[in-house]
Write a protein that binds this ligand. Structure first.
Ligand SMILES: Nc1ncnc2c1ncn2[C@@H]1O[C@H](COP(=O)(O)OP(=O)(O)OP(=O)(O)O)[C@@H](O)[C@H]1O
Length: 314
C-alpha cells in the first residue's frame, strides 16, 4: 500500500508526458481521475485515444491488477472491467514509475445514476451485475470489493462497468480488499473466504445501499437489523426474500439469484401493465371499430362502383 509521501510523488500536472520505457507509447496527462490505496489514476491522451492510466511506485500491486484485468478479459462475453491497452515503466529522471493503461470508462457512478433515473433501475442494474458475476465465478474468481463507487453506468443503453478490480481474488483465498458496509465479515454473517456467496452478500448490501444512500453501522443483531431496514422501505420490501437469502449465504450461484430477481421484476412489470390497462380510458377499441367500419364501407362502395362501371360499359 502506498503511503501519502509516495502518493504525492505520483502527482503530475496536466500536460505531463509519460513515455513507456519498453513499448515507447506516449501519454499526455489531461487530468487526475482519482487516487486509491495503490496508485493514482490519470486521464491521458494517447494513440489509443482517451485512456485511464494508473501509475504507482509499487510494481507488485500494478502486476496483480494487470493480471486481474487480463483474467477478466477472458470471461466470455464480459466487459465488466476496463480493457487493458498497455503495461510499462516510466523513468522520469528521479525514479522508475510503474503503470498500466486501460480503457477510460465514462459514465455515472451507480448511486448517482439510480438517483437520477429512478429507483426502478436498481433491480435492472443488479441483474446485469449478477450476469457478469456468474461468468467471473465460473472462471474461478470472486470480485471482492463490490460497492456502488466502483461501479459506473455507461452508454445510452445503460451498461454496468467496474473501474476498480483491485479486490478481485481467486476462489478459495482470503478476500484481498473490502469495504465494511459490503463485507459479510463485518456484519458477522460469514467468512472473508473468496466464494460466490461473498459477492452475492455484497450485491444484496448494494441493493440496500441504493435504497438507503446514507449507509448505517452495525448495531446489535445483524439479521434483525437488516430485516427491519429492508421491511422499512416499500420498494426494497419487494425483494425481501431474495435479499435475505443472499445475506444469509443461501445462494450457491449468481445465476440462481438472478433468476429469482428476474421473476420478481417481471411480476412487478406485469402488475404495472395491468394497473395501467385497468384504469386507462378505452378509446382504442372504439377507434378500431370506427376504422373497420370505414374500411368496410369503402370496400363495399368500391365493389358496387366496379359493378356499376362494368354494367355501364357492357
Ligand atoms: N478505467 C477508468 N475509467 C474511468 N475512471 C477511472 C478508471 N479507473 C479509475 N478511475 C477513477 O480513478 C479513481 C481511482 O481509482 P483506483 O482504482 O486507483 O482507486 P480506488 O478505486 O479509488 O481505490 P482503491 O483501489 O484503494 O480501492 C476511481 O475512483 C475512479 O474515479
Amino acid at each position: 500500500m502506498m503511503n501519502n509521501t509516495w502518493k504525492s510523488q505520483c502527482k503530475y500536472p496536466a500536460g505531463t508526458v509519460i513515455i513507456g520505457k519498453w513499448n515507447r507509447h506516449r501519454y499526455e496527462i489531461v487530468r487526475m481521475l482519482g487516487s486509491g490505496a495503490n496508485g493514482v489514476v490519470y486521464l491521458a491522451e494517447s494513440s489509443f485515444g482517451l485512456t485511464a492510466i494508473k501509475i504507482s511506485i509499487d510494481s507488485v500491486s500494478i502486476i496483480s491488477e494487470v493480471n486481474v484485468l487480463k483474467a477478466l478479459e477472458k470471461v466470455q462475453g464480459s466487459s465488466l472491467g476496463p480493457s487493458l491497452y498497455d503495461v510499462d515503466d516510466w523513468e522520469n529522471g528521479k525514479r522508475r514509475i510503474h503503470f498500466y493503461v486501460m480503457e477510460y470508462i465514462k459514465g455515472k457512478e451507480l448511486l448517482h445514476f439510480v438517483r437520477e433515473k429512478g429507483i426502478s433501475w436498481a433491480g435492472i442494474m443488479m441483474i446485469q451485475l449478477l450476469d457478469v458475476l456468474e461468468g467471473l465465478h465460473q472462471k474461478g474468481w470472486v470480485f471482492g470489493d463490490l460497492k456502488p463507487e466502483n461501479l459506473i453506468v455507461e452508454g445510452p443503453t445503460p451498461k454496468i462497468r467496474c473501474i476498480d478490480v483491485g479486490g478481485t481474488t481467486m476462489r478459495g483465498r482470503a478476500i484481498k480488499e473490502f469495504t465494511e458496509f459490503f463485507d459479510r465479515g463485518y456484519w458477522g454473517l460469514g467468512s472473508r473466504k473468496a466464494e460466490p456467496s461473498y459477492d452475492l452478500f455484497s450485491t444484496a448490501m448494494m441493493m440496500i445501499n441504493l435504497h438507503y444512500p446514507k449507509r448505517f453501522v452495525k448495531s446489535g443483531n445483524s439479521v434483525k437489523q437488516l430485516t427491519i431496514i429492508i421491511q422499512g422501505n416499500k420498494e426494497l420490501l419487494k425483494f425481501d426474500t431474495i435479499l435475505m437469502k443472499a445475506l444469509l449465504g443461501k445462494y450457491d450461484s449468481a445465476k440462481e439469484m438472478k433468476k429469482e430477481l428476474l421473476i420478481i421484476l417481471s411480476a412487478g412489470e406485469r402488475s404495472k401493465q395491468q394497473r395501467t390497462t385497468r384504469y386507462a380510458p378505452k378509446p382504442k377499441k372504439k377507434k378500431m371499430r370506427a376504422f373497420l367500419e370505414t374500411v368496410s364501407i369503402l370496400l363495399i362502395t368500391m365493389i358496387l362502383y366496379t359493378l356499376y362501371i362494368y354494367g355501364y360499359i357492357l
